[in-house]
Write a protein that binds this ligand. Structure first.
Ligand SMILES: Nc1ncnc2c1ncn2[C@@H]1O[C@H](COP(=O)(O)OP(=O)(O)OP(=O)(O)O)[C@@H](O)[C@H]1O
Length: 254
């Protein structure tokens, strides 16, 4: 289990302040929903944690390790995996191969380390077995040898989770997982996310517009507007916070 600490993070795009000294902490094993109106800075923060962006100030620590010192291509080796809004899958590869591709991101300490230790053939066998287990956990084992192309979006979202979990993360970043899903698929994905959090002891940061999903699965919610935190607390606390209500309705805070 792992704690993520975001401390005083600021980011500017030319004259635009996308993040303005943002600070919050996600406790070990918690699911944190990050919400806010369009342009609030959610994606920018997500991209700072996943190391696509380098903020101009602040610190982002996972279990005390400064992630801002880690380049994007090494972030998986430091315990951070992400899913993509529009899926980061290879349509022509099978479910099993897509899941295995997630483990390759682990880097030296993981997959490459295994090759050096036990040889390539055995490392590949272990990787396949591990990927198959993940597909079983996500209810996708029957599809293991089918290509990812032409499957429903809901099914592919679960495969996307399997791919991310194959990197054995401590921190999982979910980028709008409910996007494009039907109501029942959102419910199903929500319970899957909670289940894998429990089973793999994950800490999760979730950026999502689907309020019912965020409020349903988050332990804590951080609300942003104009790059700043405007509220933080349990879903019930944040939902009724006057600053959050006015940010969404566009009215001045009471
Ligand atoms: N690459 C960029 N170049 C210039 N400005 C950017 C860039 N990315 C984001 N911004 C600006 O930074 C601010 C925060 O944007 P961001 O995308 O992080 O918000 P968001 O909360 O994710 O919004 P949405 O819910 O619409 O995705 C906005 O004013 C946006 O226009």
């Amino acid at each position: 289990m792992s704690e993520l600490r975001v401390d005083g993070v600021s980011m500017h795009f030319g004259g635009i302040t996308a993040l303005d000294g943002l600070s919050f902490t996600i406790g070990s094993g918690q699911i944190c929903g990050l919400i806010g109106p369009n342009g609030a800075g959610k994606t920018t923060l997500f991209n700072c944690v996943s190391r696509i962006y380098q903020p101009s100030a602040g610190s982002i620590c996972l279990d005390g390790e400064e992630l801002l010192d880690v380049p994007a291509h090494r972030i998986a080796g430091h315990g951070v995996a992400r899913t993509f809004q529009n899926l980061g899958l290879f349509p022509s590869l099978t479910f099993l191969e897509n899941t295995m591709a997630g483990a390759h991101a682990r880097g030296r300490g993981g997959y490459l380390g295994s090759i050096l230790r036990i040889g390539q053939a055995r490392a590949e066998r272990e990787l396949r077995a591990e990927a198959f287990e993940l597909l079983e956990v996500l209810g996708l084992a029957d599809l293991a040898f089918l290509p990812a192309a032409h499957q429903s979006f809901g099914t592919l979202k679960r495969l996307e989770l399997a791919r991310a979990l194959a990197a054995r993360p401590r921190l999982l970043l979910l980028d709008e997982p409910a996007g494009g899903l039907t109501h029942s698929e959102v419910d199903e994905l929500s319970s899957t996310i909670r289940r894998v959090r429990d089973e793999f002891g994950l800490t999760i940061l979730l950026v999502e517009h689907h309020m019912a999903m965020v409020m349903g699965i988050s332990d804590i919610v951080v609300a942003m507007n104009f790059g700043e935190k405007i509220a933080e607390g349990t879903p019930a606390e944040v939902r009724s916070d006057p600053a959050v209500v006015s940010a969404y309705l566009g009215a001045p805070a009471a």
